[in-house]
Design a protein around this ligand. Structure first.
Ligand code: G3P
Length: 218
């Protein structure tokens, strides 16, 4: 399973990349706003800065919600760098735009997926990735992980090449369950990736190893 980081913070992206386990970045308008990135020029140069850190797969989301606007904005975003994946919302004009982009070999990430039917539609339109939001489904008392299972079955049934990019991942259990189910990618905050490092027996075991080493190497 590939790991993407879900942030627009350059320091966090660098930290995850330096760990050697980062396969991409997902951003959204909320994450860009959190970093105070505003205005087309600044937004575009920020995407370029992200592309300069990682090897591939930088999702950049369109703001337009009409077909012509999504096409124009998506083509401009794709021009920034070959690493850009155009992120398109799961709406009618978004699906049409995904079809347009797929016919022109522009990679897409269909975002705000909350049902298996939405994922199926995006796959049929030729989306490179679909982003089901696990945590936000859990928030409203649906089983977000169940959606990942459903989409995995559907895509495998028909051999859709569209990759499942599990998003809105809030903790390590989400991440592990995605790996068990067979999500292609999980995107999450840096804190979730670094939480994978932690186990109290690792800490106590290492402390004992170092203490024993020191006891005979004074
Ligand atoms: O990038 C979209 C998604 O990962 C958002 O996560 O935590 O805001 O639901 P969250």
């Amino acid at each position: 399973m590939r790991f993407f980081i879900d942030t627009a913070n350059l320091n966090e992206i660098k930290e995850a990349y330096e760990l050697g386990v980062l396969d991409g970045v997902t951003t959204n308008p909320s994450l860009m706003a959190k970093e105070g990135i505003a205005g087309k020029d600044k937004v575009f140069s920020h995407y370029k800065a992200i592309c300069n850190i990682v090897d591939d797969n930088v999702s950049a989301e369109v703001i337009a919600v009409d077909y012509a606007g999504i096409i124009k904005e998506g083509e401009e975003l794709a021009e920034i760098d070959p690493k850009i994946v155009v992120k398109v919302p799961m709406i009618k004009d978004g699906i049409r735009a995904i079809k347009y982009f797929s016919e022109r070999e522009i990679r897409t990430n269909c975002t705000l997926i909350f049902s298996a039917g939405q994922a199926l539609l995006a796959a049929k339109a030729g989306a490179t990735f679909v982003s089901p939001f696990v945590g936000r489904l859990d928030d409203i008392s649906y089983d977000g992980m169940k959606l990942i299972e459903q989409i995995r079955i559907i895509f495998d049934n028909y051999g859709y090449p569209t990759q499942i990019l599990a998003a809105s991942i809030r903790h390590t259990i989400h991440l592990i369950k995605c790996a068990e189910i067979g999500a292609d990618v999980a995107t999450c905050p840096l804190s979730v990736i670094t939480s994978l490092l932690k186990h109290p027996l690792t800490d106590s075991g290492l402390a004992k190893f170092l203490a024993d080493h020191k006891s005979v190497n004074i």
